[in-house]
Design a protein around this ligand. Structure first.
Ligand SMILES: *Cc1c(COP(=O)(O)O)cnc(C)c1O
Length: 372
């Protein structure tokens, strides 16, 4: 990635390469049969990377359908995207229906209650409103039971007031290609999708795309893969990295053998050590579980994160780095060319999704894009 250096006044800096995100979206689109389109999931502020700039870049590249989790996320996104379809995954109730309608947001109907609420609202307007429909085939989180979905196809009152644009289900185990639930969900979903004649259908998120073309239907819903998280765990990542997280060094100090670092004194220096304190902590998304387990990089060198992570600070052992390379003001990479988000997540005992979506509001966010 061609990141020029962050401005010196910036502390911890997240640099997001919008061209790389667009490239990942195109790469996914290229895997799909003609007639199948890749949407983009930008919930949780674009997995922490910035929903508005990400969505604007993807819309510019031709993406026409976006998913967010909540009505508020949809309203914020509509502010930057006038034309695209925006689907609110968590759905609708009587209270949020006017907000959704006012911003041309499409609710995902996740239950008969939500379906009824949206129909009632449309009836009150004496209009027909768009919606998507979620059928649960094995996730047991959101969605109508298959039998409930079928009853909707027969309900004239519903069909008259609600124009379905999409029918979806969501895979529970797509990260495990051999898991039997994948095929079970596929076999359950295919006839349900067909029962909604003329309505587009969608089963796969990022990892489901890689289970094979029979999982693609009319639309796929990638989030993670757009952001460079590996959608094929355990195999080489087919996606490009899109983010770099750099931490500004505030102070460098030497300690003698036997000295300890940080809260709880959880790290004790075995010998003389040189330490660099950076101005970012768990409030910025450096998970506490990285304490004494994660590392950053300086050039090609790994620098272990020592002691526990504080709210605003963390400490790295930079004894292995030339002191000329690590002075106050220098940057330590936490996510970057030498360490992927998946690697960092592994060290933290979590998944790349959690690392990205917990990146805090205090990080300076910079966007690289060739489309000025
Ligand atoms: C979050 C989400 C997605 C995107 O999943 P990824 O694994 O990030 O691609 C797709 N569909 C639904 C219903 C989701 O909740």
């Amino acid at each position: 990635m061609t990141a020029d250096a962050p401005d010196p006044h910036e502390g911890a800096t997240l640099t997001v390469d919008l061209d790389a995100i667009v490239g990942n979206w195109r790469r996914l689109q290229d895997r799909l049969a003609s007639g199948c389109r890749a949407a983009a999931v930008v919930k949780a502020d674009g997995y922490g990377l910035g929903a508005l700039p990400v969505a604007a870049a993807l819309a510019g590249a031709g993406c026409q359908r976006f998913f967010v989790a909540t009505a508020d996320e949809g309203v914020a996104l509509r502010g930057g995207l006038s034309a695209a379809e925006i689907i609110v995954l968590n759905g609708v109730d009587a209270g949020t229906a006017p907000l959704l309608h006012g911003h041309r947001l499409t609710p995902m109907l996740n239950s008969l209650e939500q379906a009824t609420a949206w129909r009632d609202y449309a009836t009150g307007l004496d209009s027909a409103l768009p919606a998507a429909l979620h059928i649960d085939t094995g996730m047991a989180r959101l969605g109508l039971a298959p039998g409930e979905a079928i009853t909707l196809t027969d309900r004239v009152d519903f069909r008259r007031r609600v124009t379905l644009t999409l029918v979806i289900s969501h895979l529970a185990c797509a990260d495990q290609p051999d898991h039997p639930l994948n095929r079970q969900q596929l076999l359950l979903f295919a006839p349900l999708a067909a029962a909604f004649a003329g309505v587009e259908s969608s089963l796969a998120a990022s990892m489901g795309i890689f289970l094979g073309p029979e999982f693609h239907f009319h639309c796929v819903r990638p989030g993670a893969a757009l952001y460079g998280i590996n959608p094929t765990p355990g195999r080489e990542n087919p996606m490009a990295a899109v983010a770099r997280l750099q931490l500004r060094v505030l102070q460098v100090r030497e300690i003698d053998a036997g000295f300890t670092v940080g809260y709880g004194a959880t790290f004790r220096a075995a010998g003389k050590a040189r330490l660099a304190t950076v101005g970012a902590g768990y409030a910025d998304g450096l998970l506490r579980s990285l304490g004494n387990r994660g590392h950053g990089t300086v050039g090609d060198k790994l620098v272990p994160l020592v002691g526990s992570v504080s709210m605003d600070l963390a400490v790295f052992d930079v004894s292995g780095v030339a002191s000329s390379d690590i002075q106050p003001g220098a940057m330590i990479d936490l996510i970057g060319p030498r360490q992927s988000v998946d690697q960092l997540a592994h060290d933290a005992g979590t998944i790349g999704y959690e690392i990205f979506s917990r990146l805090g509001p205090r990080l300076a966010r910079r966007y690289l894009s060739s489309a000025a």
